[in-house]
Design a protein around this ligand. Structure first.
Ligand SMILES: Nc1ncnc2c1ncn2[C@@H]1O[C@H](COP(=O)(O)OP(=O)(O)OP(=O)(O)O)[C@@H](O)[C@H]1O
Ligand SMILES: [Mg+2]
Length: 262
């Protein structure tokens, strides 16, 4: 059971017949997908396929033109992002969104629910507030840093981290929310192979603890190693779904990656 979300850990997050356009250009065309509780769902596809846009719809930062998003049986299509986060859905961004001038630890404490500063301004002007952070949040942050081997960098400015370390920090920030469902947009991008293995082991461990993940990723080794089921998106539609061996053997998937018209 995940602290803070007792009883909510077993819910599936699903999208039903989602359509989305930007300036008349259809980015998502009738996408249906199920992120099953306690499992890792992969979302792959060529650049521009609509993967990040789908995450935006699932996390609530973009409203779809049509279709529904559900958390369990509950229709959350119109629920704003901050309320979805409170309902247990956390996400990371393709480009890490750490605050460069704050330390690694401060970035994590800021991500905690009810962080001591409440406002960013408070954090900047009263660093004592950080020291007064609730023990639980501080302990949680330090545990996450230890598990991702970032502990020795706790007091370093986040802007000084490597690309891979920033990805780990981004993951830790999502985990500070203690959300049962975590959407990761390209967690391995820019991560060196050794760090990537640690990242995979960490995500796998978290699944073992009952967390649910959806992962958008171009790194097929990571997808193969982690995902229980994989959706392939191409041109804003689901091309196929299933186990790694099945989807990668699909000729239409191979064609989509080569840019061949289907
Ligand atoms: N805010 C926006 N305004 C206009 N067009 C957008 C916007 N966001 C995304 N798009 C367009 O929607 C399409 C899908 O973009 P999206 O970022 O979802 O793709 P992706 O599958 O995540 O690609 P990548 O693998 O390169 O990250 C692209 O053609 C993109 O240019
Ligand atoms: Mg993307």
């Amino acid at each position: 059971m995940i602290p803070g979300h007792a009883g909510r850990t077993g819910l599936a997050l699903s999208a039903h017949d989602i359509t989305l356009s930007y300036d008349g250009f259809q980015v998502l065309r009738g996408v249906t997908l199920h992120i099953e509780p306690g499992r890792i769902t992969g979302i792959v596809g060529p650049n521009g396929a609509g993967k990040s846009s789908l995450f935006n719809v699932l996390a609530g930062s973009t409203a779809p033109d049509a279709g529904t998003v559900r958390l369990g049986e509950r229709d959350i299509t119109r629920l704003p992002m901050h309320r979805r986060a409170r309902a247990g859905i956390a996400r990371t961004f393709q480009l890490a969104r750490e605050l460069d001038s704050l330390t690694v630890l401060e970035n994590l404490l800021l991500a905690a629910p009810n962080n001591p500063g409440e406002s960013l301004w408070h954090i900047f002007t009263d660093r004592g507030a950080i020291r007064a952070a609730e023990g639980a949040a501080l302990e949680h942050a330090l545990t996450l840093l230890q598990r991702t081997r970032l502990l020795r960098l706790a007091d370093a400015p986040a802007g000084s981290l490597s690309g891979g370390q920033k990805k780990l920090l981004e993951l830790c920030r999502a985990l500070m929310l203690e959300a049962p469902i975590i959407l990761l947009d390209e967690p391995a991008a820019g991560v060196n192979p050794a760090l990537m293995e640690e990242l995979a082991a960490f995500i796998s461990e978290l699944r073992g603890e009952g967390r649910t993940f959806a992962i958008v990723e171009h790194n097929m080794d990571l997808i193969a190693a982690l995902c229980d089921t994989i959706y392939v998106l191409a041109d804003g539609a689901v091309l196929t779904e299933g186990a790694f061996a099945k989807v990668t053997a699909d000729r239409r998937v191979q064609d989509a990656y080569l840019g061949v018209t289907l």
